[in-house]
Design a protein around this ligand. Sequence first.
Ligand code: TYD
Length: 135
Amino acid sequence: MTANVDLIALKIHGDERGSLVALGNGHHLPFDVKRVYYIFGTKEGVSRGFHAHKKLTQLLIAVRGSCRITCEYNNKKEEYILSRPDEGLQIDGLVWREMHDFSSDCVLLVLASDYYSEADYIRDYQTFLNEELHD
Ligand code: TYD
């Protein structure tokens, strides 16, 4: 699977009452969602992630607060600050991702293209580099 990372603007339905973002399969989402999870209450100074997926697409949205995501793929390393509920970071394929600098109020929502499977994880960085070479 080719690796790619993209920051996507999510359409806001706004009026005098405030804002609403709606995401559904085939509707402002470039992949079908099978799983949703969210990360919150992250302790100060804690980083998460440190893995790649063999075959998974995810959309990460900081629906509250902020965090910093590093993505390593195709021999480059990118860094994104997620701090807006109307912005999603789409991560496709073989990407080594790390999540840092969670604000204490951060709620990071993740939409995923498949069910949880430990078999899809690469948790060892050297194994990721080897997989990348042969991808
Ligand atoms: P973990 O993979 O350590 O989270 P991260 O890589 O984002 O830091 O997951 C923490 C725990 O949650 C671990 O026991 C696996 C479990 N988990 C599920 O049961 N389902 C899921 O969809 C995810 C993402 C994790």
